[in-house]
Design a protein. Structure first.
Ligand SMILES: *[C@@H]1O[C@H](CO)[C@@H](O)[C@H](O)[C@H]1NC(C)=O
Ligand SMILES: *[C@@H]1O[C@H](CO)[C@@H](O)[C@H](O)[C@H]1NC(C)=O
Ligand SMILES: *[C@@H]1O[C@H](CO)[C@@H](O)[C@H](O)[C@H]1NC(C)=O
Ligand SMILES: *[C@@H]1O[C@H](CO)[C@@H](O)[C@H](O)[C@H]1NC(C)=O
Ligand SMILES: *[C@@H]1O[C@H](CO)[C@@H](O)[C@H](O)[C@H]1NC(C)=O
Ligand SMILES: *[C@@H]1O[C@H](CO)[C@@H](O)[C@H](O)[C@H]1NC(C)=O
Ligand SMILES: *[C@@H]1O[C@H](CO)[C@@H](O)[C@H](O)[C@H]1NC(C)=O
Ligand SMILES: *[C@@H]1O[C@H](CO)[C@@H](O)[C@H](O)[C@H]1NC(C)=O
Ligand SMILES: [Cu+2]
Length: 571
């Protein structure tokens, strides 16, 4: 399925790669074939077909080194159009390979194919890939592990084993039917039936006992666990019974190591932890369950718990059934204080040069809204409305005739405008309990914000309490950013600028904007193209919680978007 080729001058030339500058002498080109297909599976006592890559669930793990080039030929043999996003990969100058449907490409139609080609430049750690079309990412996802270059090492002692642990969210139904039903009725999509670890719900669900994910370990060793939250709509707490975890990286950026007994990952985020197997020979649950942040009362959420088992090698034959594993303590589903404490502990390994001075001071609200029900219909949103979501009161509409990037590259008018507001069109008390209902209706539009190449961007993400306040995991495509500060209530520069961490702020690609609060991020717009920024809860992006940056080309050759690949799908 995959072959590796030592890159040499001739091959570089044949591939028409632009510059040798990007490729170290040890860099490789990896080829993969991803066949998107329908695959029968059985979970929670129910057998049905899901969409997979190569029949695997979770999909294949891609393992590369920093500097490698990856070419993945995606062949669509499923009944839905599909795209694949390489979550967190910078995609420098290769926006064509980023993947969000109708943003950087038209979807790959059933029977079609598309080759994604990109190079990993200066990134190490755990990323992942997932479908970026409809709700297919419910089952179409896998790990993307980036190791240091040849002869380079981790900034920590070499772990004995490296174990990817992908948290997922499972519906007994076809997830595409779930989103279609919600889009038709205007109401909240049905909640999931289970969470999963490496595709398995675990012991606490019916019919799952035999397939529970088991992680074999040996006493004394220190292992690297690579957690990925691939859940569609749910932020998750994770803990391991009786074991401390030392966080060493998040979103493929190393962190100052710190020890914790619980993690919180929002969808889109990854967390690498070192765990020393220092407990008595036994079996220990790794467990995950929801952090349900909404401030509204009686909002349904999936209140189930997924488990895997860390199983010490006892040098013996275990009895059947083996002893009951020990269960860890997890925070309450609404423990926002635990989330804040965990996020506040994440820092860059040493002091960094935070980009500045700021050229673009942006302030975007992120939150929900309500739209009128079409006349003569009934809608399932509150008070016969349709649920919506927006940034700065713009509920993002994805084009259908072409992708934003193609429209930009070919200068096609009428697909988008570049008048996305830099600040909220109407300032109000964003997190008040009684926001006027006259403010709740966003405007549907395809508005982008233009950024000059190399401009320093500071973006305040301000949650709103419209309909309900909630923690929104905001993901920026094509960029990593520093998180300078987070807080509750309305961001107030006079008071909150002083809280900026300009010494060792964490670098991430997805920030959980605190419920009824704010987060401030900063990055340099040094990657030309069109880059989606959106809530990574799929329910919210479906309602329009997104916008896109149009980053202009720079002056130099290596500061421009590459030309589109010849097999770029048409709409
Ligand atoms: C890695 O180290 C080995 C042994 O020292 C050396 O032969 C090899 O050239 C090095 N590779 C790179 C890419 O530096
Ligand atoms: C959503 O849940 C409702 C109530 O349980 C059920 O009637 C409906 O069939 C579900 N829809 C889908 C698409 O699963
Ligand atoms: C397991 O099945 C039993 C019997 O059908 C049911 O009562 C129970 O709610 C199920 N438990 C879960 C976690 O689905
Ligand atoms: C979640 O489920 C547990 C039982 O597993 C129950 O005790 C708790 O009340 C439930 N919480 C909510 C908010 O539904
Ligand atoms: C969490 O929910 C419980 C009830 O389910 C409530 O008693 C408690 O006050 C809530 N805690 C917070 C921090 O909201
Ligand atoms: C629904 O309408 C009632 C009565 O007008 C109002 O009190 C309530 O706030 C409304 N709910 C929402 C979510 O707007
Ligand atoms: C919300 O409540 C505050 C405090 O009671 C009040 O000052 C404000 O006018 C109210 N705003 C709206 C829109 O009703
Ligand atoms: C959003 O725009 C609509 C239409 O102009 C307006 O009615 C509404 O008050 C605005 N809401 C906010 C939060 O700006
Ligand atoms: Cu959201």
């Amino acid at each position: 399925m995959e072959c590796f080729a030592k890159i040499n001058l001739l091959l570089t030339f044949l591939l028409g790669l632009n510059s040798l500058l990007f490729y170290g002498i040890d860099a490789e080109v990896q080829h993969h074939e991803f066949v998107v297909q329908e695959t029968p599976v059985k979970r929670l006592c129910v057998a049905h077909n899901i969409i997979t890559v190569n029949g695997q669930f979770p999909g294949p793990t891609i393992e590369v080194k920093n500097g490698d080039t990856i070419i993945i030929n995606v062949v669509n043999q499923a009944k839905y159009s599909v795209t694949i996003h390489w979550h967190g990969v910078r995609q420098l100058r290769t926006a064509w390979a980023d993947g969000p449907e109708f943003v950087t490409q038209c979807p790959i139609k059933p029977g079609g194919s598309y080759r994604y080609r990109f190079t990993i430049e200066g990134q190490e750690g755990t990323l992942w890939w997932h479908a970026h079309s409809s709700w297919l990412r419910a089952t179409v996802y896998g790990a993307l592990i980036i190791r240091p270059k040849e002869n380079a090492s981790y900034p920590f002692a070499m772990p004995k084993r490296e174990i990817p642990l992908i948290l997922g969210e499972w519906w007994d139904r076809n997830p595409v039917d779930v989103v279609r039903e919600a889009t038709r009725t205007g109401g909240s999509p049905n909640i999931s039936d289970a969470f999963t670890i490496n595709g398995q719900p675990g012991d606490l669900y019916n019919c799952s006992y035999k397939e529970t994910t088991v992680i074999p370990v040996k006493a004394g060793e220190t292992n690297l666990l690579r957690f990925i939250n691939a859940a569609l709509n749910t932020e998750l707490f994770v803990a391991i019974a009786n074991h401390k975890m030392t966080v060493v990286a998040t979103d493929a950026s190393y962190t100052k190591p710190f020890t914790t007994s619980v993690l919180m990952l929002a969808p889109g985020q990854t967390t690498d932890v070192l765990v020393t197997m220092d407990q008595p020979l036994s079996r220990y649950y790794i467990a995950a369950r929801a952090y349900a942040s909404t401030s509204a009362k009686n909002v349904a959420f999936d209140n189930t718990t997924t488990t895997a088992i860390l199983e010490y090698d006892c040098g013996c034959t275990r009895p059947a059934p083996p002893p009951q594993p020990i269960f860890p303590a997890l925070p309450a589903y609404n423990d926002t204080a635990a989330v804040s404490a965990f996020n506040a502990a994440i820092k860059s390994p040493s002091s960094v040069e935070v980009p500045g001075p700021v050229d673009e001071n942006l302030f975007f609200t992120v939150g929900l809204g309500l739209l009128d029900c079409p006349k003569g219909k009934t809608c399932d949103g509150p008070n016969n409305t349709r649920l919506a979501a927006s940034m700065n009161n713009v509920s993002f509409v994805f084009p259908e005739v072409t992708s934003l990037l193609q429209a930009h590259y070919q200068r096609l008018p009428g697909v988008f405008t570049t008048d996305f507001p830099a600040v909220p069109p109407v300032p109000f008390d964003y997190t008040a309990e009684n926001v006027s209902s006259s403010l709740s209706q966003p405007v549907k539009a395809t508005k982008l914000y233009k950024l000059k190449y190399n401009s320093v961007v500071q973006l305040v993400l301000q949650g709103t309490s419209i309909v309900t306040g909630e923690n929104h995991p905001i993901h920026v495509h094509g960029y990593d950013f520093y998180i300078l500060a987070e807080g509750f209530g309305n961001f107030n520069p006079a008071k909150d600028n002083a809280k900026f961490n300009l010494v060792d702020p964490p670098m991430r690609n997805t920030v959980g904007v605190p419920v009824n609060g704010w987060a401030v991020i900063r990055f340099v717009a040094n990657n030309p193209g069109i880059w989606l920024i959106h809530c990574h809860l799929d329910a919210h992006i479906t309602w329009g919680l997104a916008m896109a940056f149009l980053v202009e080309n720079g002056e130099e050759e290596l500061q421009s978007l590459e030309s589109p690949p010849p097999d770029l799908p048409a709409c």
